[in-house]
Ligand binder design. Structure first.
Ligand code: DGL
Length: 298
């Protein structure tokens, strides 16, 4: 798939005011599919176009300018697909490119992600929570603003945890024998010793190993809860579309006979594009979403 950066700094002023237009999702890799799962559950009538920048994953170790440039390329691509709303389903990309994307497409609703620290702080009994995220997200202003505005006034200590291998581990299909899995288990014990009672999964890749964490938390009898942003993001998308009278009307649970953006005669609920695509990725997407899902892969 060929990608092009937005060629001008002039804001794009057209939007797709069509309730049948798709919702666009973007992530550096497969992580944003954890957000897609919430969207598909809350908004099953919608069609979705997903763009994974697998050529450049992971984003989390990149510098802010690079993340912004790559994100703007992806957002432009989704805009060209005719999306009525775009979700930057990546905390790292949102941290450095959400403002720029909104400036560039002022009429297009763009939803970004920030780790769900606020609900964790408000629910914590121990006054100590942890945010697991990429280096980029942990250093970004979006998260640090929530720490200053919510955690500090509530006297809640926030531990930032970063393991550069977590995103590649998810992209590799999360083999439980990997050293990364072992490190994660040990880290849970450390969190418990530190009296941390809420873990915030601040990267959209991480909800895919939520069951792994819950299994270990239960086995080790730890008193720890896990939160992520997926549900709230889907609710926000629903609100923004309803406000603009852009919610789709017909369920698209099966392929239907009509033209899509590429003039094919079948419309799929989810069309998945990747900047680097191979069989391994196809298997991973099916594994993460379950075999029931109808999906067109490119
Ligand atoms: N899913 C991205 C996020 O939420 C992963 C970042 C990466 O590619 O490192 O931050």
């Amino acid at each position: 798939m060929k990608q092009q950066a937005p060629t001008t700094s002039i804001p794009a002023v057209t939007t797709y005011q069509d309730r049948h237009a798709p919702i666009g999702l973007f992530d550096s890799g497969v992580g944003g599919l954890s957000v897609y799962k919430h969207l598909a559950q809350q908004l099953p009538a919608e069609r979705y176009v997903y763009y994974a920048d697998t050529l450049h994953v992971p984003y989390g170790n990149r510098d802010s300018q690079n993340i912004e440039a790559l994100t703007l390329i992806a957002v432009e691509w989704l805009y060209q697909q005719g999306c009525k709303l775009i979700v930057i389903a990546c905390n790292s990309a949102s941290a450095y490119a959400l403002d720029a994307a909104r400036r560039h497409y002022p009429l297009l609703p763009i939803v970004g992600l920030v780790p769900a620290l606020k609900p964790a702080v408000l629910a914590s009994k121990s006054g100590h929570v942890a945010v697991l995220a990429t280096k980029a997200t942990l250093n970004g202003t979006l998260l640090n603003q929530v720490i200053a505005d919510i955690a500090a006034p509530n006297h809640t200590l926030v531990t930032k945890y970063f393991d550069p291998e977590l995103v590649p581990w998810v992209e590799a299909g999360m083999p439980t024998t990997a050293e990364t899995a072992q490190r994660l288990r040990q880290q849970l014990g450390q969190f418990a010793d530190d009296k941390i009672d809420y873990l915030v999964l601040g990267c959209t890749h991480y909800p895919f190993f939520k069951d792994f964490l819950i299994h270990d938390i239960t086995a080790q009898r730890l008193s720890m809860h896990i939160v992520d942003s997926g549900y709230a993001i889907a609710a926000r998308v629903q609100y923004l579309l309803a406000e603009r009278d852009l919610l789709a009307e017909l369920p698209c649970l099966a392929p239907i006979e009509q033209k899509d953006v590429h003039n094919s005669h079948i419309v799929y609920p989810l069309t998945f594009y990747a900047s680097k695509y191979d069989n391994r990725l196809s298997c991973l997407v099916h594994r993460l979403l379950g075999s029931q899902i109808l999906i067109k892969l490119h």
